[in-house]
Design a protein around this ligand. Sequence first.
Ligand code: MG
Length: 337
Amino acid sequence: MLRLAAVKPLTQIRERTEELERASLSTWATLAVETKGRDRYEEPDPLRTAFQRDRDRITHCKAFRRLKDKTQVFIRAGDHYRVRLTHTLEVAQIGRTMARGLRLNEDLVEAIALGHDLGHTPFGHAGEEALSVFTTEPFRHNEQSLRIVERLERGGRGLNLTWEVRDGILNHPWAMPEPATAEGQVVRLADRIAYLNHDLDDAFRAGVLNVDDVPVEVRLSLGETTSQRITTMVTDVIVNCLDRPVVALSPGVNDLQHLLRDFLFERVYLRPESNAERDRAIHCLRSITVFYLENPARLPVEFRGDAPLVERVCDYVSGMTDGYALAEFARLFLPTN
Ligand code: MG
């Protein structure tokens, strides 16, 4: 029989975690107890720190579940290819390993990592290109990720996440200002390490590349296998940044990372053979977008609010999974029998 009298007040669970953070994390870590907080005040959770709570909100939101059927690079290529969800999980895992090694806040890293790509369109970056002809500024997935957590989830109320998690989500692309927290900087680097390695692996699977095609400097210095290369890069970050207020690869490994990235752009992302597939994806999404701009009354009820029409249509179309977009295209434009 449960002896309730022996159970301490639940708030002590969260407080103990907060104390452990203060006692064990690095000077440069972001303590949950020192968060800049949420837009709308909420009472602290009895069990979880603010960042643990954010991580759970992201994991339980609808946009997170849709990541399971959104293209990473290879469009609907097969069961063993990365999709946006498995990419997200790889980023979280790599990020947590680096955070643990550097004594940074793993919960904050996990929350940012799980949320960073929520705003991705169907069909990968082709979807951003498809929507950008309708918007005054280019459609950017990181801005849409922020919009989802601030405005679109929970019937328009948003997830009310902490400032640090939102900063990390918005600023995860390298073209953006550096994230304000060391944990945000970890996710930015974990994202790069994850995609360089898994896109290379998927390119082998697709027969786009052979193992021997990889630049010899990369194979010799980073390793021959995906596992070895990730290990080399993660280890390099930890060794390079131990007890220093910096999150970066060492200069030598960073040069190799750039070499690998340039190689992937030339041989995988921008290869001419991928154009036909990209053009079909863009045609599909632009056709759907034009249809709803011309027939706004046909939008689902949650997209019939007061925001400008183009914003609402882009919210709807960018939120689609690949499968939903294809089905929608068929429903709107193809004869049924
Ligand atoms: Mg990413």
